[in-house]
Design a binder for this molecule. Sequence first.
Ligand SMILES: Cc1cc2nc3c(=O)[nH]c(=O)nc-3n(C[C@H](O)[C@H](O)[C@H](O)COP(=O)(O)OP(=O)(O)OC[C@H]3O[C@@H](n4cnc5c(N)ncnc54)[C@H](O)[C@@H]3O)c2cc1C
Ligand code: FES
Length: 239
Amino acid sequence: MQIQIERIEHIVHENESVKTFFIRGVNDPRPGNYLMVWIPGSGQIPLSISSFKNDLCGFTVKRVGDTTAAMHNLRVGDLIGITGPLGTSFSIRGERILLVSGGIGIAPLLYLAIEARQMGKKVYAICGFERAEDIIFEDVLNGLLDELVITLGERTPLDVIHKLYEKRRFDHIYSCGPEPMMKRVFDFARSSQLGAEFSVERIIKCGMGICGACALPNGMRVCKEGPVFDLEDMEGVWG
Ligand SMILES: Cc1cc2nc3c(=O)[nH]c(=O)nc-3n(C[C@H](O)[C@H](O)[C@H](O)COP(=O)(O)OP(=O)(O)OC[C@H]3O[C@@H](n4cnc5c(N)ncnc54)[C@H](O)[C@@H]3O)c2cc1C
Ligand code: FES
């Protein structure tokens, strides 16, 4: 796939370390897909699509190192290179779905929530953030979802998922965030016999399925067969 050069149309400051950038020219992305984003003079990184409306594609970036810091220094009108949309997407199966995120993991789940609500599904979410000042998308999620639970602290407590299940009886789970959190969601889904899908992160180098840098212990490559894997795929990793 070729690199396309696109202009940054709009930037939203979500909090002190997170910004959402909007560009055009991304062809028919699905929730869960990612872009390889090239910042001239800095590097190329994978970023999930957090929204897509009227041809405007959003992606939400947490500043963690050099390349994301360079991204945060960009202004409206600056040019970036993109390849994509890439990778697998969420199936949007289930009629009463639960989203479970940790930190910036809410980014791909926001786009999933928007699409699922448009399809008339019930959507509930448990979104974990370390501190109150890390919370993002609260207003948009409150306006969109049938129930939003925000938790603070390093771990999303499992009893929150159990309690919401008692109340809402969701039938499919979608999760993105730190791996220990997704493993707990995986264990819950397996023991409750629910379908689940996970957006998994690994260091992406080639982004084309060639170098093997992003391979999981079961041999599946995050850049190609992922980043979205279902519960059965993850049996060989977390099972
Ligand atoms: C499929 C996919 C989708 C992603 N979507 C998003 C997104 O929507 N928003 C977002 O902010 N980030 C996302 N990431 C993570 C993002 O790509 C990394 O934060 C980024 O590459 C870090 O680059 P850097 O040069 O700023 O930091 P680096 O200097 O490379 O790293 C800084 C710190 O982040 C860690 N890190 C770097 N890359 C990754 C990675 N891929 N996974 C986990 N830890 C990493 C490093 O170990 C180090 O501790 C995604 C990653 C993948 C694989
Ligand atoms: S990053 Fe090279 S195979 Fe996935």
